[in-house]
Design a protein around this ligand. Structure first.
Ligand code: DC
Length: 221
């Protein structure tokens, strides 16, 4: 039986950093589900398609061959390395629009489940503990104060704080208020506010939960 660790939370709360470290530590596969929404958004933008166009977006999501390689460090879309291209600000915005479309979510959730049912995974996103793997062994809701998230993202991309703040707010609002699989904290998820915590402290808190939840019959190295 594969083990699933689900890490959900808003943008720039530190999910990728922590999920990647946990996966390396436990020998699990790291899956960035947001990269899949970004890949579909990138494809749409290259095809000059409107990311709100339900029909076309669903077709792209179904047709997209998205693979994560090198422990999740590289994202391939139809065989092409799009690791950097999917991080562009306009792709972030388009991804949050694409992610509101039910048909797109169905297609990508299916891909995520296929990976998680065969491998021990640490999967991060918005709906992993609520929709993709409601029976995940460990669920974490990783949060951070808005100012802290803006500060981190601005440092990461070396961008203008005002603009980043506005983009983050817009995306948060869309992720939380959409009808299909909105970002919500599950009652059985560990809530962690990473503001003022070091990466080591966040990692340790999650590892404690992993050790407590995962026992007989489900082994990890
Ligand atoms: O985590 P991220 O910023 O790379 O995600 C990009 C967009 O995809 C974001 O606006 C939310 C959406 N997303 C989602 O709806 N469900 C997921 N499981 C992961 C991401």
């Amino acid at each position: 039986m594969a083990i699933v660790i689900a890490i959900d939370g808003p943008a720039a709360a530190g999910k990728s950093t922590i999920a990647r470290r946990l996966a390396a530590r436990l020998g699990f596969i790291y899956i960035d589900s947001g990269a899949m929404y970004r890949a579909v958004a990138l494809w749409a933008s290259r095809e000059k398609l409107d990311p709100s166009d339900r029909h076309h977006m669903e077709q792209l999501a179904l047709a997209a061959d998205i693979t994560l390689e090198d422990d999740g460090a590289r994202v391939l879309l139809n065989g092409e390395d799009v690791t950097d291209a999917i991080r562009a600000p306009e792709v972030s915005r388009a991804a949050s629009l694409v992610a509101t479309i039910p048909g797109v979510r169905r297609a990508l959730v299916e891909k995520q489940r296929a990976i998680g049912s065969q491998n021990n995974v640490v999967m991060e996103g918005r709906d992993i503990g609520s929709v993709v793997f409601p029976n995940a062994d460990v669920k974490v809701f990783l949060d951070a104060k808005t100012e802290e998230r803006v500060r981190r993202r601005a440092a990461e991309v070396n961008g203008n704080r005002e603009v980043i703040s506005q983009q983050l707010h817009e995306r948060d609002e869309r992720d939380r208020s959409r009808v299909e699989a909105p970002l919500t904290q599950q009652p059985d998820a560990l809530y962690l506010d990473s503001t003022g915590l070091s990466i080591d402290e966040v990692e340790e808190a999650i590892l404690r939960l992993v050790r407590a939840r995962i026992s007989n019959g489900k082994e990890y190295r």
